[in-house]
Design a binder for this molecule. Structure first.
Ligand SMILES: *[C@@H]1O[C@H](CO)[C@@H](O)[C@H](O)[C@H]1NC(C)=O
Ligand SMILES: *[C@@H]1O[C@H](CO)[C@@H](O)[C@H](O)[C@H]1NC(C)=O
Ligand SMILES: *[C@@H]1O[C@H](CO)[C@@H](O)[C@H](O)[C@H]1NC(C)=O
Ligand SMILES: *[C@@H]1O[C@H](CO)[C@@H](O)[C@H](O)[C@H]1NC(C)=O
Ligand SMILES: CC(=O)N[C@H]1CO[C@H](CO)[C@@H](O)[C@@H]1O
Length: 465
């Protein structure tokens, strides 16, 4: 690995701002075998959750002087210990080579395969899967309680929850419960904030904004715009009648319609096209086609064959504690299906509760994401009842640059009291950095700015540029 003398610690600026740290200069170091720990926690009868912790590795600071970040993947059913760890922010990439942009230089990282059944987590009985957000949150309380009890060195370290996509919805539910659990003394930790990245907070506001967004980007015409809008209206009706299964089915329909009318726009970056359907599709048994479609679009993507071979090969060998009957990723489609009634339910009220409780909430969204597009996020933000919202709205947005002295705008940023919002430019749902790198070779240090950096990402996301 090359030494890059000007390289700053790879903590993105967004994170620095959130954590209120200032970037200091340091050399990139060879990543040595760092201090790690992992274990299972039985969170309910027949339900076990897997976590994997990496202690922060900073050249100048002890881990106790740096925060602890729990990373929650989306899906539901996407594995944090796999995808988030090896494809986004962990110390090693899928080739087991050191990642220059790992967050580990600035924080300890806790990856949890959540809900149960995700990644290396497992259920023993088919009725033990989580079926709604309350269950997801209460399972996580059991895990966190056990984690902080067994690792008291982290009780006094600032603890943040970072999330992506559906992980953001879970992060909201989990944060609210964690806040209560700390209040009543059942969990001891220094909870300091939650970050919601391209998060599924108000699904209907996302779906409603797809049409106008795609239309403004030349990806729909008047005729197709009205078709997409009609399905979105049907989803509202279904939700108003409390028919959440039906709303989920219509969501699947809306996606299919968008896919047809846009000639296969990629839901994670509108400048790309969807890859051709994977052959894995037929290997899973789904009775409901719309769920199968949704699963393949939103979870299979996080479980490519290469990652799967890594997790079920060298990684399980290293971890030693994975039971023989558990295959990484094997239960993820059941995790997804069991949550089907929960998909379309909004959690704006939970964000309100968090804001009112004084929890730091940071929202960040990629400009090119479709599934959770930024105008949809702004739409639910307007629905908050938080009394400080008007003041937040009045604040003037500030630009952030690629690096100090740079002309290139990387993002806009606004914050008031405990709410912050980042508009990340040229970024998709998760392959934030790729867009930049492909767009301009001049932009070398984006790892300091952008929050998620999947290093070995996906041939399909490269082709669009
Ligand atoms: C799950 O099943 C395995 C093997 O049958 C058993 O060893 C384990 O204790 C069970 N776990 C739970 C949580 O029931
Ligand atoms: C880091 O902090 C831990 C816990 O306080 C302590 O045991 C350890 O000795 C410290 N390590 C260094 C290198 O200071
Ligand atoms: C404390 O709050 C948590 C989270 O709401 C809850 O699960 C737990 O039962 C509460 N414990 C007590 C002792 O009230
Ligand atoms: C929220 O963030 C601010 C600024 O980073 C920090 O000073 C404050 O302690 C945080 N609040 C909580 C409740 O953690
Ligand atoms: C399949 C399986 O292991 N089921 C277990 C679920 O939990 C109950 C109570 O602990 C056990 O009796 C079952 O064997």
């Amino acid at each position: 690995m090359e030494l890059v003398p000007w390289h700053l610690p790879a903590l993105p600026l967004l994170l620095l701002l959130l954590l209120n740290l200032s970037p200091g200069l340091a050399l990139v170091q060879q990543v040595e075998e760092g201090k790690e720990a992992w274990d299972y926690v039985t969170v309910r009868t027949n339900a076990s959750m897997f976590w994997w912790l990496y202690y922060a590795k900073s050249p100048c600071k002890n881990f106790t002087e740096l925060p602890l970040i729990m990373w929650l993947q989306g899906g539901p059913g996407g594995s944090s210990t796999g995808f988030g760890n090896f494809d986004e922010i962990g110390p090693l990439d899928e080739e087991l080579k050191p990642r220059k942009t790992t967050w580990l230089q600035s924080a300890s990282l806790l990856f949890v395969d959540n809900p149960v059944g995700t990644g290396f987590s497992f259920v023993n009985q088919s009725d033990a899967y989580a079926r709604d957000l309350d269950m997801v949150a209460s399972d996580m309380m059991v895990l966190l309680k056990s984690f902080f009890n067994s690792r008291p060195e982290f009780e006094t370290v600032p603890f943040y929850i970072f999330s992506e996509s559906y992980g953001g919805k879970m992060a909201a539910g989990i944060s609210r419960e964690l806040y209560k659990a700390i209040q009543n003394g059942s969990i001891k930790c220094k909870f300091s904030g939650v970050a919601l990245g391209d998060s599924w907070i108000s699904p209907i506001d996302s779906v409603l904004s797809w049409g106008p967004y795609l239309y403004s980007m030349s990806l729909l015409d008047d005729k197709s715009l009205s078709e997409v809008s009609k399905v979105a209206e049907k989803i509202i009706n279904a939700m108003n009648m409390g028919l959440y299964d039906w709303a989920t089915e219509l969501w699947g329909k809306a996606e299919m319609l968008v896919e047809q009318d846009t000639d296969g726009v990629n839901f994670y970056n509108i400048l790309n096209k969807s890859p051709p359907e994977s052959t894995m599709k037929s290997s899973l048994e789904f009775t409901q086609r719309h769920l199968s479609e949704l699963y393949h679009r939103h979870v299979r993507k996080l479980h490519q064959d290469k990652l799967s071979s890594l997790m079920n090969g060298p990684i399980r060998k290293k971890l030693k504690i994975i039971p023989d009957f558990v295959t990484w990723g094997d239960q993820s489609h059941l995790v997804f299906m069991n949550m089907q009634k929960d998909f379309m339910k909004p959690v704006i009220n939970i964000v309100d509760d968090m804001l009112t409780a004084g929890i730091n909430v940071t929202i960040y969204n990629g400009q090119l994401d479709l599934i959770v597009d930024t105008i949809g996020q702004e739409a639910w933000l307007r629905k908050l009842k938080w009394p400080e919202l008007a003041r937040f709205n009045e604040e003037k947005r500030k630009p952030l640059y690629v690096n100090p002295g740079s002309y290139e705008t990387a993002a806009f940023y606004k914050s008031y009291k405990n709410l912050a919002f980042y508009w990340i430019l040229k970024a998709g749902h998760m392959e934030y950095l790729l867009g930049y790198l492909a767009a301009s070779s001049k932009l070398r240090r984006l790892d300091e700015i952008i929050s998620e950096v999947p290093s070995s990402f996906k041939p399909e996301s490269m082709t669009g540029y």
